[in-house]
Design a protein around this ligand. Structure first.
Ligand SMILES: *[C@@H]1O[C@H](CO)[C@@H](O)[C@H](O)[C@H]1NC(C)=O
Ligand SMILES: *[C@@H]1O[C@H](CO)[C@@H](O)[C@H](O)[C@H]1NC(C)=O
Ligand SMILES: *[C@@H]1O[C@H](CO)[C@@H](O)[C@H](O)[C@H]1NC(C)=O
Ligand SMILES: *[C@@H]1O[C@H](CO)[C@@H](O)[C@H](O)[C@H]1NC(C)=O
Ligand SMILES: *[C@@H]1O[C@H](CO)[C@@H](O)[C@H](O)[C@H]1NC(C)=O
Ligand SMILES: *[C@@H]1O[C@H](CO)[C@@H](O)[C@H](O)[C@H]1NC(C)=O
Ligand SMILES: *[C@@H]1O[C@H](CO)[C@@H](O)[C@H](O)[C@H]1NC(C)=O
Ligand SMILES: *[C@@H]1O[C@H](CO)[C@@H](O)[C@H](O)[C@H]1NC(C)=O
Ligand SMILES: *[C@@H]1O[C@H](CO)[C@@H](O)[C@H](O)[C@H]1NC(C)=O
Ligand SMILES: *[C@@H]1O[C@H](CO)[C@@H](O)[C@H](O)[C@H]1NC(C)=O
Ligand SMILES: *[C@@H]1O[C@H](CO)[C@@H](O)[C@H](O)[C@H]1NC(C)=O
Length: 708
């Protein structure tokens, strides 16, 4: 395809003659008028090539700021300039004679310095970033150096010396680009072949020839990402709420980021009532979500997926333990959504617990174990982070947790170590619970000090980042079952976690019999990070959801439509791993949801005896539930909240990009004038023809009734 494209661009007058007859007519007439001048070429060539594989930086807002990017209402256009080396940008900033420019930036050069230069210049009307392959060697993280600053537990009143990451900069590579407000659009080019098409167009038309500036026509790009909302969540939500009061058809311009948390318990609990205050629950938590600078691009392999996969594997291992009913404490598996945006999911659950709107109350929480980023361990060491302030009051319980983890790790490949007690907790959901009550808790992570992850919350935090590798010629079904090194190592962690939980829940049996299954882990890693459309995911989801399966990984951005696909996947994987197959019929299944259990009718495996692709569906009973992950700030209509997340996403009409050849301004004016003349001439002609129609189109008189 690329070759065809090249030929079309290279040869001067043979561009595709797509489209409107009017355009053709205009072009022909212009050719006739300006015969020999060569103008006709450029008019004919003014044909658009859409870019099909792009992602867009959009506008988000919090209580006080807007971040992200936008184009003007009708899209921003600029002459393309390719920047492959630092020096190339001078052409855009000062030398080039045809501003404004749209910069095609190589992934390696997408840095804070470069973007600051482009932002300063009025000669830039947009940026297209080509994804770097391999990932940038120096790391890349558009997030902040201190993630979720101000929304954790440390503040001027609690551990002020730890507030604002004074004690430890967790994400030193964070360049903060995500939190900048750009006045121009930024698009990500995800497909190298499309990037090549653009570069070929650039080379054919825009390269300076023999030292002198290139001549029209030039290769240009147009980016559409106009955003409806401006300023801040406060402004936008107030406007939206005013509208919905006074208008029948309110025009919504922004939506709160929100979704659902997924949770389940080892022993079923009645979700229509509240637990007794004597009942103890151990909370296990991870986050589901991540983000990058681009809308709905959030691979989150190390920052979310590896951790929740380990969590799921631990849940499966525990459910297989024989004497579960003897455990004196219950265990709750919790998967939070929206944690990357100032802890949306955990702040909502903690709030619900505090307000008695959740079956589990804060007092029921016995202890809290969170899996932070865990896939990039150095010599297999896993670090236990604790809150230095609650150390004094909770030393006994914390000691128990630490001992249980150390104990469970003995005899495995994993070594767990304590972090120095003068260090704050890393950014974690646990902090939102610690804000409300002193709870003993441990956050497990692969880093002692700052993150190991060099691509935190970026487009490069992919399967590659956690070294998920498959021997090359392998069919999807083979890859699904192939146990990778990463899967083995995460299964070890899951084993340690499951055993520790069993001990903490006072299980009387032999904890060392509990073992996470590397085959389950590898299937999950493949499903969540490589291809959701695999035979296992196909068999465990509801038939009406089969449309969300794709031959690529799913994004882990929280978004505003709910639930997002990632939430569904976590839900149904958890139900498969911890639920039981029942012999209920489809009707019984859909009517069975009760206080203790949730029932799901799933597609089931392919029927091996059938020649058609029919499936053998069945009903799964589990304790998996969804609960709102929408910030309490919106519940309370406190849109300027500094306690709860206030992130909203602007609405937009269209997000797309295209390239084409532009003619000079003079030519465009000539074209316009000619067009107007033609229009007038054709009006006159039409009027004339119309008025003489009976003469011109005289037809024999019809006899009788005629079909219309
Ligand atoms: C909103 O985001 C901006 C940009 O990251 C930040 O400077 C500001 O403190 C945030 N406001 C609140 C209330 O969190
Ligand atoms: C790019 O083009 C090459 C050759 O035409 C093709 O083999 C490759 O699969 C294409 N890559 C993508 C991502 O489409
Ligand atoms: C995008 O898709 C359209 C229609 O399939 C195709 O004509 C166009 O060439 C594609 N764009 C690029 C840059 O390949
Ligand atoms: C560049 O200059 C050389 C020598 O002056 C000339 O032969 C050549 O055609 C020029 N190339 C272009 C693209 O103008
Ligand atoms: C759950 O609690 C509700 C309210 O207390 C009660 O009506 C219901 O019977 C309970 N369900 C079960 C299965 O115990
Ligand atoms: C420890 O407990 C005491 C008494 O209950 C309380 O006053 C103090 O605030 C607690 N310490 C911390 C760090 O919360
Ligand atoms: C979920 O998957 C479907 C099908 O692939 C896709 O059209 C939809 O946009 C996805 N939803 C989100 C929120 O990504
Ligand atoms: C998913 O995979 C099946 C084969 O296992 C295939 O028939 C189907 O078309 C795929 N779906 C998508 C969306 O690619
Ligand atoms: C989970 O999935 C496996 C493989 O598809 C299947 O054999 C098993 O019965 C499922 N279990 C439940 C509880 O759905
Ligand atoms: C299947 O359902 C019947 C009644 O519908 C019940 O008696 C039987 O115990 C069930 N079998 C299993 C294996 O659950
Ligand atoms: C497939 O056919 C075999 C042999 O006829 C039979 O024993 C088995 O139960 C069938 N399996 C299903 C799922 O129908």
């Amino acid at each position: 395809m690329a070759a065809v494209e090249e030929e079309e661009m290279g040869s001067s007058c043979s561009w595709r003659t797509r489209g409107a007859a009017e355009l053709l007519l205009r072009g022909l007439l212009l050719c006739a008028l300006a015969a020999g001048s060569g103008w006709c070429n450029s008019v004919e060539r003014k044909i658009y090539i859409p870019l099909n594989r792009t992602a867009t930086c959009v506008r988000l807002m919090n209580a006080t700021h807007q971040i992200g990017c936008q184009s003007s209402m009708n899209g921003d256009t600029g002459v393309i300039h390719v920047v492959e080396k630092q020096e190339d940008v001078q052409w855009v900033l000062s030398e080039g004679p045809h501003p404004p420019y749209i910069v095609l930036l190589d992934g390696e050069l997408f840095t804070r310095d470069m973007m600051d230069q482009l932002k300063e210049s009025s000669r830039v009307s947009g940026v297209a970033v080509a994804i770097a392959k391999p990932s940038p060697a120096n790391g890349f993280s558009p997030g902040s150096k201190c993630p979720n600053d101000g929304f954790g537990v440390y503040s001027s009143t609690y551990g002020s010396k730890f507030a604002h990451c004074k004690n430890m900069e967790w994400n030193p590579l964070g360049n903060g680009l995500f939190y900048e407000d750009f006045r121009f659009p930024i698009f990500l080019l995800q497909d190298e072949n499309e990037t090549q098409v653009i570069k070929q167009c650039y080379q054919a038309y825009n390269l300076p020839r023999n030292g002198s500036a290139p001549q029209y026509p030039l290769c240009a790009m147009q980016l559409f990402s106009h955003m409806h909302a401006v300023t801040s969540t406060v402004t936008c939500m107030r406007r939206t709420s005013l509208q919905s009061t006074f208008s029948i058809n309110p025009e919504v311009i922004c939506d709160p980021l929100s979704d659902y948390n997924v949770w389940s318990t080892l022993k079923p609990i009645n979700i229509s009532s509240k637990l007794n205050s004597t009942e103890k629950v151990i909370m296990v938590a991870t986050r589901i979500d991540s983000h990058s600078m681009f809308w709905n691009v959030a691979p989150g392999a190390e920052s979310a997926v590896a951790s929740f996969v380990t969590h799921l594997a631990a849940a499966e291992a525990l459910h297989k333990a024989p004497d579960l009913q003897t455990l004196s404490k219950n265990i709750m598996f919790t998967f939070f959504q929206g944690e990357s945006f100032d802890y949306i999911g955990s702040s909502r659950m903690a709030y619900d617990m505090q307000k008695n709107k959740f079956p589990v109350r804060l007092e029921n929480i016995d202890c809290f174990l969170e899996l932070g980023q865990i896939a990039l361990r150095h010599s297999s060491v896993l670090w236990m982070h604790t809150d230095p302030l609650s150390q004094r009051n909770l030393s006994v319980q914390l000691g128990e947790m630490v001992a249980a983890l150390k104990n469970s790790a003995s005899g495995t490949q994993v070594e767990v170590q304590e972090v120095g007690s003068s260090q704050a907790l890393p950014p974690s959901s646990f902090q939102r619970f610690l804000r409300l009550r002193e709870i003993p808790g441990v956050v497990l992570a692969d880093h002692n000090t700052s993150f190991q992850n060099r691509y935190y919350q970026s487009i490069y935090d992919t399967a590659e980042n956690i070294r998920l590798e498959y021997p090359s010629p392998m069919s999807p079904e083979e890859a699904l079952e192939y146990v990778t090194k990463t899967a083995e190592s995460l299964a070890e962690v899951a084993t340690v976690v499951a055993r520790a939980l069993y001990q903490l829940a006072e299980g009387s049996g032999n904890a060392s019999a509990i073992q996470a299954d590397p085959r389950t882990v590898t299937r999950m890693l493949y499903g969540f990070l490589v291809r959701t459309n695999n035979s296992w995911f196909q068999s465990i989801i509801r038939p009406d959801l089969k449309g969300i399966l794709e031959n690529e990984p799913t994004p882990y951005y929280i978004a505003v439509s709910k639930p997002v696909n990632a939430t569904y996947f976590v839900h149904y994987v958890l139900a498969n791993l911890t639920g039981t197959v029942t012999n209920l019929t489809k009707e019984q299944c859909s009517n069975s949801d009760g206080d203790l259990y949730e029932y799901a009718w799933v597609q089931g495996p392919q029927d091996p005896n059938s020649t058609t692709s029919s499936r053998l569906p069945f009903c799964v009973r589990s304790t998996v539930h969804l609960t709102s992950a929408s910030s309490p700030a919106f519940e309370l209509r406190d849109w300027g909240s500094t306690e709860y997340s206030t992130w909203t996403e602007s609405r937009w009409k269209e997000l797309h990009a295209r390239i084409f050849l532009v003619a000079s301004k003079q030519l465009e004016i000539v074209t316009l004038i000619v067009g107007i003349i033609i229009l007038i001439v054709s009006f006159v002609a039409t009027y004339f023809i119309n008025s003489k129609a009976d003469v011109l189109f005289a037809t024999p008189r019809d006899s009788g009734a005629v079909a219309y």
